[in-house]
Design a protein around this ligand. Structure first.
Ligand SMILES: Cc1cc2nc3c(=O)[nH]c(=O)nc-3n(C[C@H](O)[C@H](O)[C@H](O)COP(=O)(O)O)c2cc1C
Length: 338
């Protein structure tokens, strides 16, 4: 049963919100729009450096952007200096008015942990707590949440004690990615630890790690006692995962998403168009070469998808992409779902 969070109304009895996980360079306004249309309930921006926001860096503020239709929407910030984090949090809340402010205690990237930020804070918990206190004091009017890994490595798992302390400091929901910093993205997410965190605190815990489809979601919902699920990499190639999980939760077999090759192409083109629109002022309205990396995962699942990806590399404009779609659909004549 979902726990109640006074200021986060998407949690509560009978509710199980599906979050789109923040993913740097992927989950911008355009991709979030796709996932929202496919049933994602809650969105969080990719992590944004607190110092960059304070410096008024235009790119950092662009990363914080969202549309009204994407609410409930959180902005995620990272850093290792309580004062800067508090200042950046206040600036974000004043300028873009997110539904919640999220703190990153999970990023394993070297350039982040070497400053003691992201998952680096999990081996330096006194600083982590100071940082939470400073941010909480700076934004009493906005719900504060956190996203964390289990700990630095398997011999220093701190998720339960950190979650308990976060709760006493006023953090209102906690997303737990069931891996350590040392694991990066390898191995499997450990949902036993996620369950232990969920049992140890009374704020909602959002479970994250390796949800790929309805069967993995169902198993984790039953076993873990989490109040919500967060889905990352699977959504990059399969944004329909949200509507599929929801239809299954409702027991509504008639409304399962049916994903044909034509439908997949529709979404690839739509993502390219939305992405061009969002980044037009900086990157122009024609060139799509720079975004092929984000279209790439969506080609998985197309018939002869390797060939499509080879040909995708030579697409320079949205017209090239449309041509590739027409040729591919004509060559494969696939309309059935797969
Ligand atoms: C490319 C990429 C970028 C990511 N960027 C962020 C980020 O900005 N903030 C964050 O909290 N987690 C980030 N993550 C971690 C994801 O939010 C998520 O915790 C992780 O991918 C595990 O979930 P999954 O198995 O559903 O993918 C990132 C992951 C990937 C693969």
């Amino acid at each position: 049963m979902s726990k109640v969070a006074a200021r986060l109304p998407w949690f509560g009895p009978g509710k199980l919100p599906l979050y789109l996980a923040p993913m740097a360079r992927h989950t911008d306004v355009a991709f979030r729009q796709l996932c929202k249309e496919q049933g994602a309930d809650v969105m969080v921006t990719e992590f944004v450096q607190s110092e960059a926001l304070i410096r008024d860096n235009a790119k950092a503020w662009e990363m914080v952007d969202f549309t009204e239709t994407q609410r409930p929407m959180g902005v995620q910030i990272f850093g290792a200096t309580p004062k800067s984090m508090a200042k950046a949090a206040r600036m974000v809340c004043d300028r873009v008015k997110p539904d919640f402010l999220d703190l990153n205690f999970g990023c394993p990237a070297h350039k982040v942990i070497e400053q003691n930020a992201g998952s680096g804070l999990l081996r330096c918990t006194p600083l982590l707590y100071d940082l939470v206190k400073a941010v909480k004091d700076a934004i009493p009017d906005v719900p504060l949440t956190a996203k964390m890994r289990l700990g630095w490595d398997h011999s220093t798992i701190v998720a339960v004690e950190v979650a308990q302390r976060l709760e006493t400091l006023g953090v209102e929901a906690i997303a737990v990615h069931g891996r350590t910093k040392e694991q990066g993205y390898s191995g499997e997410a450990n949902w036993d630890w996620i369950s232990q965190v969920a049992a140890a605190v009374s704020v909602p815990v959002i479970g994250n790690g390796d949800i790929k489809d309805w069967s993995s979601a169902e198993r984790r919902i039953k076993e873990s006692g989490v109040s919500g699920l967060m889905i990352g990499r699977a959504a990059l190639s399969n944004p329909w995962i949200f509507s599929a999980i929801k239809a299954n939760l409702r027991g509504d077999n008639k409304n399962m998403p049916v994903v044909t090759a034509a439908h997949r192409w529709e979404v690839i083109i739509r993502l390219a168009e939305l992405t061009l629109e969002v980044h037009a002022s900086r990157l122009g309205t024609r060139d799509i070469k720079w975004m092929l990396g984000r279209l790439h995962p969506l080609t998985h699942g197309l018939p002869v998808s390797r060939k499509v990806r080879d040909r995708l590399r030579s697409c320079e404009t949205i017209d090239d992409l449309r041509r590739l779609r027409d040729e591919h659909l004509a060559e494969t004549c696939v309309t059935k779902s797969y």
